[in-house]
Design a binder for this molecule. Structure first.
Ligand SMILES: Nc1ncnc2c1ncn2[C@@H]1O[C@H](COP(=O)(O)OP(=O)(O)OP(=O)(O)O)[C@@H](O)[C@H]1O
Ligand SMILES: [Mg+2]
Length: 319
């Protein structure tokens, strides 16, 4: 698969009065061109800061210590701010988890989406308005010409997220980063929004980085899935391969957390423990304290990603 973005050895740390924490450690990852990469992991494992680093949006006091992020022969991490400003929204767009915090409550959604259209496409006012209404319709907003005049609080959560999607797609970006775009929505709306993202990704031949903590969500949407744990990728493979032949005990844990109508269980499975805060890179496997399969051999040296099958790599010596 050809890559649109290649991340290599990305390391991001946060310093506080208690010392330094590594949110992302030596992370290498490729986002395939015109396909969807699902980035999956528990809360706090570093998914968002990885995504933010592409657009220089890592929140302070976060620091990108090392690494490179190549996008069309350009290292985004070394781009001057002016260049990045022109890439943001136009080439690489992002949608966030909670649309209410990204939409301005005092302007209509038409006004806000049209602002993005005018900024990126340099259309005249009348053309920009028609384009905006078409865009709202494309994002699945019913009666777009009247919804154009609605304020964010007049829309349901699902319609607000559709307005955000319309705004992100204003400039026909090459890459869309969707950071937990459906977490704040109920289940039926969630699947509608995912269907919409998938349809738009395919019809516009866009690349998509879809971030979620729920493996069930990416099952039907992603072409490739990367499982992240404590700041590093622990398993990566095409979606079918991940579901049929997962190898890492953490992936196995995530799989057993997906509720099923067919299996009779009294309680949903959990993975005991929490994601550790890494202040000093551990000697051995980071997942060891939560792993049912680990033994003393896992503690000797850091575990690197091991190639298993074609396109399937896993960070586990027992796999
Ligand atoms: N503003 C911040 N200040 C200090 N530390 C931060 C900040 N933002 C992130 N971190 C650190 O980076 C780690 C990764 O955060 P990140 O937001 O990327 O997690 P995530 O995988 O996106 O989680 P979630 O699923 O909850 O969104 C956190 O565990 C935390 O230690
Ligand atoms: Mg996040």
């Amino acid at each position: 698969m050809q890559a649109i973005v290649t991340i290599e050895n990305l390391t991001i740390s946060f310093s506080s009065m208690y010392g330094k924490n590594y949110a992302v450690r030596n992370l290498s990852l490729q986002i395939p061109r015109a396909k969807t990469l699902g980035l999956v992991g528990e809360s706090g494992c570093g998914k968002s800061v990885t995504a933010y680093s592409l657009l220089h949006l890592v929140p302070k006091p976060g620091v990108i210590e090392k690494g490179s992020i190549m996008y069309n022969d350009m290292n985004l991490l070394q781009c001057p701010d002016a260049t990045l400003q022109s890439i943001r929204g136009k080439n690489i767009a992002m949608i966030f988890q909670e649309p209410m915090t990204s939409l301005n409550p005092v302007f209509t959604i038409g006004y806000q989406v049209q602002e993005a259209v005018e900024l990126h496409l340099h259309l005249r006012k009348a053309e920009a308005k028609d384009y905006t209404i078409a865009l709202l319709g494309k994002a699945g907003i019913p009666n777009p010409s009247s919804r154009y005049y609605s304020y964010p609080h007049e829309l349901s959560g699902g319609l607000r997220q559709r307005a955000m999607i319309a705004m992100a797609l204003a400039a026909k970006p090459e890459l869309l980063i969707a950071d937990e775009p459906t977490t704040a929505l109920d289940v039926t709306i969630q699947s509608q929004i995912l269907d919409l993202l998938l349809t738009l990704q395919k019809s516009q031949h866009m690349s998509m980085l879809l971030i979620t903590h729920d493996l069930g969500i990416v099952a039907n949407v992603a072409d490739v899935i990367a499982i992240m744990y404590a700041g590093e990728i622990v398993e990566i493979a095409p979606t079918k391969e991940i579901f049929n032949n997962f190898l890492h005990p953490y992936t196995q844990g995530l799989m057993s957390c997906i509720p099923s109508l067919h299996k009779k269980t009294k309680r949903l499975a959990t993975i005991p423990g929490t994601v550790p805060i890494i202040s000093k890179p551990p000697a051995g496997c980071v997942f060891y304290p939560r792993c049912y399969r680990g033994d003393a051999n896992c503690l000797h040296a850091p575990v690197s990603l091991i190639q298993k099958n074609k396109d399937h790599r896993v960070r586990c010596i027992k796999a």
